[in-house]
Design a binder for this molecule. Structure first.
Ligand SMILES: *Cc1c(COP(=O)(O)O)cnc(C)c1O
Length: 379
């Protein structure tokens, strides 16, 4: 079965007990036990709920994994996965991870003495030289946020395997339609399902998937023990969004390439970052490890004055935090996703105050382009 068919007719797309073709919302916190010596599959909904179970199993299969876990947010999924590690364990993390991940590890997990080293993972040598005796995992994001930097997944995974390390990949920017790290040998994939998976700017959710039974047992222990589960209503919204993942990704990706090409020709624009541009750093690597360039791009204006004018005047899009939605979302990383990263760190990473991130949606791209053009001031 191919991907789009799996989205609609794959495992768990039909309710086993009634045949309902949309995911039933089992709004029940507890479950009657018919036999006190043999409990049924469900007892208490933090530990398991049929709505969540359907979504988790369906999503696991889409990522090429065997065990899925749905959480109350992307950062809850990420924090729960990091919680499988213990005090004095060391993790190597991409230096340009999602701002919330950076905050979680530097402000929360450091208090529990889990050690982290941030490295530029675009160069595998940097990962290699950061490996210590107590290193347990490598945490990656590719393409990264917001500069779409590419990490060579095959090289990182093989390095991890040689050193007995777990590889964790945040696959939010690509979705399983465009990139499946587990199929390349990664151990855990995490997602903000708030983004492309849900796709409609109406739900906060997270997912984690693995093929490995031992890792799955550890994640389940945290999911049940820490309790950051996704509610049945929200599972339904994620599942509903998921059905159109392929056509949404295809269309937004096409729009993103048109917008990237247009931006490249604009005099006000200094540089465009998009994995679908041949001159993008890591273009070939990304092409080999994914099935497309995605719908997120960034660009830098030449002046701060133009940047501010653009943000206040751009039309036919929304200016907001977040990405991966049906509408085009223009974000300002220094004040939004990366506001928690100290200025000095940020600038080192290339996240300047003239940088704009765009998650391209499903509008007619001509209208997005004309809405952009109106917010350009002639220099
Ligand atoms: C949004 C995002 C997250 C966090 O997800 P939430 O659902 O907002 O908690 C993690 N990683 C990436 C790459 C994201 O874009």
């Amino acid at each position: 079965m191919r991907f789009a068919t799996k989205l609609l007719h794959g495992e768990n797309t039909i309710d086993r007990s009634t045949g309902a073709v949309t995911l039933p919302i089992y709004q029940s916190s507890t479950f009657h036990q018919f036999d006190i010596d043999n409990f049924g599959e469900y007892d208490y909904a933090r530990s398991g709920n049929p709505t969540r179970k359907y979504l988790e199993e369906e999503f696991a299969q889409l990522e090429g994994g065997s065990y899925g876990f749905a959480f109350s947010s992307g950062i809850a999924a990420i924090s729960s996965v990091i919680s499988i590690f213990s005090s004095r364990d060391h993790l190597i993390v991409s230096e340009d991870v999602y701002g919330g991940t950076y905050r979680a590890v530097t402000k929360l997990f450091n208090r529990f003495n889990i050690e982290f080293t941030f490295v530029n993972t675009n160069n595998i040598e940097n990962i290699k030289s950061a490996i210590k005796k107590n290193t347990k995992a490598i945490y990656l994001e590719t393409p990264s946020n917001p500069l779409l930097k590419i990490t060579d997944l095959n090289a990182a995974i093989s390095l991890a395997k040689d050193n007995n390390l777990i590889t964790i990949v945040d696959n939010t920017f690509m979705s399983p339609y465009l990139q499946r790290p587990l199929e390349l040998g990664a151990d855990i994939v995490v997602h903000s399902a708030t983004k492309f998976i849900g796709g409609h700017s109406d739900v906060i959710a997270g997912l984690a998937v693995t093929k490995n039974k031992n890792i799955a047992d550890e994640i389940y222990k945290i999911q049940n023990g820490f309790g950051a589960i996704l509610s049945p209503q929200d599972c339904y919204l994620v599942s509903r969004g998921l059905k159109t993942l392929k056509i949404r990704m295809e269309e937004s990706q096409k729009n993103a390439l048109s917008l990237a090409n247009w931006l490249e020709e604009q005099e006000e624009v200094e540089k465009v970052y998009y994995p679908g541009l041949i001159n993008h750093n890591g273009y070939e690597i990304h092409k080999n490890q994914s099935f497309g360039s995605g719908a997120v791009l960034s660009f830098k204006f030449k002046t701060l004055e133009q940047t501010k004018y653009f943000l206040n005047n751009v039309e036919n899009v929304v200016v907001a935090v977040s990405l991966g939605a049906v509408e085009t979302i223009v974000s300002y990383p220094v004040k939004m996703s990366h506001a928690t990263i100290p200025r000095e760190e940020r600038e080192k990473l290339g996240i300047t105050d003239t940088l704009i991130r765009v998650s391209v949606g499903l509008e007619d791209i001509e209208d997005v382009i004309s809405g952009f053009k109106k917010a350009f001031i002639i220099l």
